[in-house]
Structures are given as C-alpha cells and as structure tokens.
Design a binder for this molecule. Structure first.
Ligand code: S3P
Length: 193
C-alpha cells in the first residue's frame, strides 16, 4: 500500500482540512467540532448534495442509482474546490473517482479518520441514511468488501491518519489539531531545506 503523504504537494491549500474515511468513522461529528474549535466553516458534502437536489440521500440513490449520486458528489466537490477556511466532511465513497482524488489532493490537508471494522460497522448501522447498506441481506459482507476496496485509496490520498476506535469526538478533534500543526511545521521545515 502507498504511504501517507509526508510533505505538502505543490499548490496544496493549507487553510482547509478535509476529512475522509469510511462510513462510521465520525467525519461529520468530528468535522463540526473541529470547525468550532478552529473558527472555520463546516461543510458536509452529503448535506450540500441533499440541499442542492432537494432529495434525501436514499431517495437520490433510488431514483438515480449510485452513478447518479456520484455525479452529484463530483459536481459538488468541484463547486467547493475554490473555497478557503473550511473543514470539509466527505462521503465515504468520494475517493472512488480519480477526478475527486486529484481535486482533494490540492484542496487542503487530508485527514483519514479510521477505526476498527467492528467499530465502523456498529456506528454505521445506527443510521438509516446509509443507502449502500439498506436492504442488504448481509450488510456485514457488503460493508467489509467495500472497506477492503477503499482502504488503499484512503491511504494513498491522506496526509494524516487517525484511529478513532478508542477516542471520543473531543479527543479526535484535539488530535487532528495537534497533528495538523506538526505536519505543517514539518512541511515548512522540509520546504526550507
Ligand atoms: C457513501 C457514504 C455516505 C454517503 C453515501 C455513500 C459511501 O457518507 O456519501 O451514502 O459510498 O461510502 P458517509 O461516509 O458520511 O456515511
């Protein structure tokens, strides 16, 4: 598997923090807290999509299929790509399209929130708004196979990795702030030498 990015990429915006990771990793809850702590705007891509298309996620999936949803997702990411000063929470499948990965790489510091598969599954099953798991005869099988496919993509895209399995949202928020500060410091040091 590819390693995390250790230094900033040319043209990478350092004023935005982008949260990626699988369903149940806590991107939205942590993102909201992080935005408050950092005095930045919180944007949740799934919520932007729901507001723009006027449909609940499950209805959108039902009417337009996963590809239709992915088109909304890519289009929403493009629309947000010029913004500064935001904490962006993304949907778990945003990493599937290369055009999204290319944009995310430039848009900010990418933090991969992860947890053990049991923790992710237990958290993800609490919500009814997870269209990819709705109506599945064996949601565990679907969940683990999607996760296997995506972990390499999260790793290849991210600057920082946080395992939230045993941490509260507050602890994850503090850890992100500390790790981002260290990462920026190291990147600046690397750029100067
Ligand atoms: C998806 C994850 C969801 C949402 C959509 C598709 C996925 O977001 O974007 O249901 O493909 O993993 P969360 O990761 O916030 O659950």
């Amino acid at each position: 598997m590819k390693r995390l990015q250790e230094v900033m990429q040319p043209g990478q915006v350092l004023d935005n923090i982008l949260l990626i990771g699988f369903m149940g990793s806590g991107k939205s809850s942590v993102g909201r807290q992080l935005a408050i702590s950092q005095g930045k705007r919180f944007i949740d891509i799934d919520k932007e999509i729901v507001d723009a298309c006027g449909l609940a996620l499950c209805t959108l999936f039902y009417r337009e299929g996963e590809e239709g949803f992915r088109d909304w997702e890519s289009c929403t990411l493009r629309r947000l790509s010029g913004q500064q000063g935001m904490i962006l929470s993304t949907g778990g499948g945003i990493v599937l399209r290369e055009e999204n990965r290319v944009l995310l790489r430039k848009m900010g510091i990418v933090v991969w929130l992860d947890a053990t598969v049991d923790t992710l599954f237990e958290r993800a099953m609490r919500s009814k708004e997870r269209p990819l798991l709705q109506g599945e005869e064996n949601p565990w099988k679907k969940f683990t196979s999607l996760l296997d496919l995506r972990r390499g993509l999260y790793r290849g895209l991210s600057d920082l990795y946080i395992d939230s399995s045993h941490l509260t949202h507050e602890e994850v928020t503090s850890k992100i702030m500390e790790d981002v500060a260290t990462w920026k410091h190291n990147s600046a040091h690397h750029a100067a030498h």
